[in-house]
Ligand binder design. Structure first.
Ligand code: AP5
Length: 213
């Protein structure tokens, strides 16, 4: 299975990509996670992208395309992959087309998760993430049993820097302008699988899984 997850910040791309990974056993490749890990580790890449992440701006295409190209060389990506957060510009989508053609691969689907803007802001402003295991919570929809503590590993929960309300609005504007053409790119190719992202995680997953099998 080779799938890309498209949708605005907070649509549930990461949540649903994890569920697809559990169901179908192909790796979940999140550019956001790779960039945040590099930032935390203080690598040269992390230092280069820090400002972009904090301000909710897109990291330059060349950098992200390079990261994905390298990650897809790993042996676990041979049978397939779920790309989460990539591509998010037309240039990235075209680069992915070329990369896949060179690898002799075809994309099975571009899953487009649709959620109203008001709900996106609610989801993002309440999101909390575990520093240790990356587990995800929401202060209202999925609160941890012990406030501030991950129920899976006991790690500390934190709020992403880009999940503050003014940065969320900025990310949504960038999404509308940069990622809209990506949706049209996949629609024109007949690969777009549009899924209503409102409902429980399981309900949304049911819709997505039905569209990619
Ligand atoms: P990235 O990490 O990709 O962020 P994003 O696309 O903005 O997406 P999010 O992770 O915020 O949301 P999501 O759709 O995955 O939703 P989630 O499942 O977490 O990118 C971050 C930054 O990295 C970018 O701003 C940019 O700077 C850089 N970057 C990354 N990729 C790049 C690229 N290709 N090019 C350039 N720059 C790049 O869910 C959100 C919340 O909702 C959670 O709290 C969750 O628990 C909750 N939730 C999920 N589903 C439901 C549901 N059904 N009902 C209720 N709550 C739900």
């Amino acid at each position: 299975m080779r799938v890309v997850m498209v949708g605005p910040p907070g649509a549930g791309k990461g949540t649903q990509a994890k569920l697809l990974n559990e169901r179908f056993g192909v790796p979940h490749v999140s550019t956001g996670d790779i960039l945040r890990d590099a930032q935390r580790a203080g690598t040269p890449l992390g230092l280069e992208v820090q400002r972009f992440l904090e301000e909710g701006r897109l990291v330059p295409d060349k950098v992200v395309i390079g990261i994905v190209g390298e990650r897809l060389k790993d042996p676990d990506c041979r049978p397939g992959y779920i790309l989460d957060g990539f591509p998010r510009t037309l240039a990235q989508a075209q680069a992915l087309d070329e990369l896949m053609a060179n690898r002799g691969e075809r994309l099975d689907a571009a899953v487009f998760i649709v959620v109203p803007q008001q709900e996106l802001v609610r989801r993002l402003s309440g999101r909390r993430v575990c520093r240790a295991c990356g587990g995800m919570y929401h202060v209202l929809f999925d609160p941890p049993t012990i406030p501030g503590t991950c129920g899976r590993c006991g790690g500390e929960l934190y709020q992403r820097e880009d999940d503050r309300e003014d940065t969320i609005r900025h990310r949504l504007e960038i999404y509308a302008c940069e990622t809209g053409p990506v949706v049209e790119h996949y629609r024109a190719a007949g690969l777009l699988r549009e899924a209503d992202g409102v409902g429980t995680r399981e309900e949304v997953f049911g819709r997505i899984a039905a569209g990619v099998q």
